[in-house]
Design a protein around this ligand. Structure first.
Ligand SMILES: Nc1nc2c(c(=O)[nH]1)N[C@H]1C(S)=C(S)[C@@H](COP(=O)(O)OP(=O)(O)OC[C@H]3O[C@@H](n4cnc5c(=O)[nH]c(N)nc54)[C@H](O)[C@@H]3O)O[C@H]1N2
Ligand SMILES: Nc1nc2c(c(=O)[nH]1)N[C@H]1C(S)=C(S)[C@@H](COP(=O)(O)OP(=O)(O)OC[C@H]3O[C@@H](n4cnc5c(=O)[nH]c(N)nc54)[C@H](O)[C@@H]3O)O[C@H]1N2
Ligand code: SF4
Ligand SMILES: [Mo]
Length: 724
């Protein structure tokens, strides 16, 4: 029998690659890029085809599991869900709603069902102890958007398809697939800038895979981008490389920003950033004068010591130079399912409305920083976390001071994990509820269409028929929410609303909810004549997706401040400038600092159990610059002990000029020794946990976001002899 061909979108990273999936006898036989996909035009990376191996991975969980004294044993869905609901509700009845915490991990954002279901479970639990991966990720960017545009979800995206000048800080889209810049045809779009005669400039403390697409790469000292950006703005203001009249029409606070930038001349910021003053002056002029230009920054800024300040300054540079809300510049997408409105409804749109009990860290978008999770579990008193739900998360490997988190998880009264593996985190759960794998469920990128460089929409059907007696993320989450609500004696007002929602969601399912969002969205048939408007039925017929056109000006819809103008002088963020000045005085004398690293063949903590992805050279090594290696008497192949305030790891190292002097690089997501028996492939290439040495107390002050890039460390040889 011949294979049946299906088309769908890969949901592993943010790039939304269209895939052509061949299926025979309900087994995937081939996955490749879909050349007709309206967004990704055939591009795919090795992780897309690896979904076949993930689907078949014998270590992937297929049934609910309960932890017993003699290991994990299979239980029925009914038993597992009843027990989980009852035990969580019992803790809340006895100790109050905050006694149950919840961590929502990255893969939950990559499925429309998981997003809806997890929001609902969060509401049902009614706890303030909610955490998510954004506190190791985009919170500073979200915070800056809230302060500047009055809306946490108003995130500008580079219109990379039409720009003449692409200025990038701390992002590695060639490896990451692009983030808060859903790229589709990643390589094609990155090459496109230069192919059109444009210029691509990159600032990163490491020469990355993206360097190959750029005209110039400059090392920058970790954490110092805010100073560099102020240096660029200094030149723009000083040389009047902007249209003051046009700027005052759309933005407030120009003079305050100008006054601050005045203090940061290129000559002043050159030494602490490591970027020559002449380079700063030249790039400022080129950028300001380019007709269509856009500055963009990502993880290297967001998870640095000055996440909000540097994220804000990237946008400020775009706005001041007139590269905002115009083609080829920084723009707001117009997604078909506009979750911005939903986000506002579920409280995504605020910050600092409450604080964590022990350390007083602020919430962002309704979630507290995950770095405070362990202490909230360890510290007795009212509101101590005793029960915990982990949804698609592996905080032992992904949150700073993972070893402390691991101990805290092991001491909980009750933990339930919704995950496809028994890994470093989920092995501490009393119950593990595994969802169907991605190929067995429908898919729509609710979030990433709203962050994409082009307006498109695509729905994917399941390509594999799931075995009986399985559930997807949405079903598990909604059922668990229902059980928690049913068992609790006095649900909170929010819980009562959630109860009504549970009913509705259950009735509609994830796709039914999507249909509603599509119909109410900007292209929906609620607003357009029925024959023209979009709904799920029409979307289902477009196998390669629907192209809704290039990004278009959205100022009025996305700028929602009281004055209707962008705020260029947000007081909370600008109050952080004195700390930046102290940092600049001290940074050149500081010792070695650690930065992270992503590789195209991994994805955070969970793709190391796929043989085709882990084969080849060891990608978990520490990179050290030759001058540092020589000073410390270290050489390639040596094993080295890396120490920080919180812990140490022993890793293999490689000497390379690809990292800046004074900087060492270690990727996160490795450290699989503890789960070697349940994730056998990952366990055979364990690597070390970078988050055993990142610091849970080293957080950025405005949002409490983890500082993952720029962590002070020391190195020491373990066995200096190079290994054979
Ligand atoms: N040092 C350092 N730490 C970092 C980072 C860094 O750059 N440096 N990056 C941070 C960032 S940006 C992020 S987003 C976090 C990510 O860290 P986490 O939020 O912990 O997420 P992941 O490691 O991607 O995956 C977590 C879990 O999801 C499970 N999973 C995969 N697919 C599914 C699914 O469909 N359903 C369910 N229920 N589970 C699934 C996997 O088995 C895995 O256990 O890490 C952060 N940690
Ligand atoms: N293959 C793969 N793809 C992924 C992931 C993955 O783990 N693997 N994870 C996904 C997730 S969850 C996310 S959030 C995205 C992240 O997407 P990106 O942000 O594009 O990816 P990173 O590799 O974290 O890029 C950050 C860059 O910042 C640099 N950097 C570190 N410190 C500084 C600094 O102080 N200043 C400057 N200017 N640069 C600095 C680092 O060297 C690195 O090259 O990737 C997603 N895609
Ligand atoms: S780049 Fe991202 S979306 Fe595309 S195939 Fe790779 S993992 Fe999937
Ligand atoms: Mo992330």
């Amino acid at each position: 029998m011949g294979a049946t061909v299906h088309f769908r979108t890969c949901n592993v990273c943010e790039a939304m690659c269209g895939m052509r999936v061949a299926v025979e006898d309900n087994r995937v036989v081939d996955i490749r890029g879909d050349r007709d996909d309206v967004f990704s035009r055939g591009h795919i990376c090795p992780k897309g085809p690896a979904m076949r191996e993930l689907q078949e991975d014998p270590d992937r969980l297929r049934h609910p599991m309960r932890r017993t004294a003699s290991g994990f044993v299979r239980v029925s869905w009914d038993e597992a869900l009843a027990e989980a609901g009852e035990r969580l509700a019992a803790l809340q009845r006895e100790h109050g709603p905050d006694s149950v915490g919840m961590y929502l991990g990255n893969p939950a954002a990559h499925g429309h069902g998981a997003i809806l279901g997890a929001s609902l479970l969060g509401m049902a639990l009614g706890t303030k102890n909610r955490f998510d991966s954004n506190s190791q990720d985009a919170n500073p960017r979200i915070y800056a958007a809230l302060q500047m545009y009055g809306e946490a979800t108003s995130l500008t995206i580079p219109d990379i398809d039409h720009t003449d000048y692409f200025l990038v800080f701390g992002a590695n889209p060639a490896a990451s697939g692009g983030s808060i810049m859903t790229l589709g045809d990643v390589r094609g779009r990155l090459s496109g800038v230069r192919e059109r005669g444009g210029r691509f400039v990159l600032f990163d403390p490491r020469k990355t895979e993206t360097t190959g697409f750029a005209d110039e790469h400059h090392f920058i000292r970790p954490g110092s981008d805010a100073a560099l950006l102020l240096g660029l703005l200094h030149v723009v203001f000083d040389e009047k490389l902007y249209d003051a009249g046009a700027l005052s029409d759309i933005a407030d606070g120009v003079s305050e920003l100008r006054a601050i930038a005045k203090r940061f001349s290129p000559e002043r910021v050159s030494e602490p950033t490591g970027v020559p003053a002449l380079v700063i002056r030249r790039i400022a002029r080129e950028f300001a004068k380019a007709p269509r230009a856009v500055a963009y920054g990502r993880m290297g800024l967001s998870t640095s010591a000055f996440g909000p300040l540097s994220s804000y300054l990237v946008d400020a540079l775009n706005i001041v130079t007139g590269h905002f809300d115009r083609p080829g510049c920084a723009m707001f997408p117009t997604p078909a399912a506009d979750v911005v409105r939903v986000a506002r409804m579920i409280g995504m749109g605020g910050t600092g409305r409450f604080r964590s009990r022990v350390r007083g860290l602020p919430e962002v978008g309704g979630n507290l920083p995950a770095t405070t999770m362990a202490e909230e579990m360890e510290t007795p008193g009212d509101g101590q976390i005793r029960g915990f739900v982990v949804v698609a998360g592996n905080p032992v490997l992904s949150v700073p001071n993972g070893e402390r988190i691991e101990k805290a998880l092991a001491n909980l009264d009750f933990m339930v994990a919704i995950d496809i593996y028994l890994n470093e985190t989920t092995r501490h759960a009393h119950l593990v509820l595994p969802p169907r794998y991605a190929l067995e469920r429908s898919h729509y990128d609710l979030l990433f269409h709203t962050l994409a460089v082009r307006n498109t929409a695509k729905w994917s059907a399941p390509v594999i028929e799931a075995p009986p007696d399985t559930k997807d993320d949405a079903e598990i989450l909604v059922e668990l929410a229902g059980r928690v609500l049913g068992k609790r004696i006095s649900p909170s007002p929010l819980g009562a609303a959630a109860e009504r929602f549970v009913g509705l969601l259950n009735k509609l399912g994830a796709d039914g909810n999507l249909d509603l969002l599509l119909r109410m969205g900007p292209y929906g048939d609620r607003f357009l004549p029925f024959s023209k408007g979009l709904n799920l039925e029409k979307l289902k017929k477009a196998k390669h997706g629907i192209d809704l056109g290039p990004l278009r000006p959205m100022f009025r819809e996305r700028v929602r401040t009281k004055t209707g103008k962008v705020c260029l002088a947000p007081p909370e963020i600008l109050a952080d400038v004195p700390r930046l000045e102290r940092f600049l005085d001290e940074v050149t004398a500081a010792g070695l600092v650690l930065i992270g690293r992503r590789h195209m063949r991994n994805n955070n903590s969970w793709m190391h159990n796929v043989p085709s992805l882990v084969k080849g050279p060891d990608r978990s090594m520490l990179l050290v610059h030759p001058t540092d290696a020589e000073r410390l008497g270290l050489s390639s192949g040596a094993r080295v002990r890396v120490r920080s305030r919180v812990g140490e790891v022993v890793v293999g190292m490689a000497v390379t000029e690809d990292v800046m002097p004074g900087v060492v690089s270690l990727p996160h997501g490795h450290g699989h020794a503890a789960a070697a028996d349940t994730m056998r492939v990952a366990g055979s290439v364990p690597g070390a946990n970078a988050n055993a040495i990142t610091d849970d107390l080293y957080v950025e002050p405005l949002t409490g976001t983890a500082i993952l890039n720029g962590v002070p460390v020391t190195l020491e040889a373990v066995d200096a002899a190079p290994q054979a």
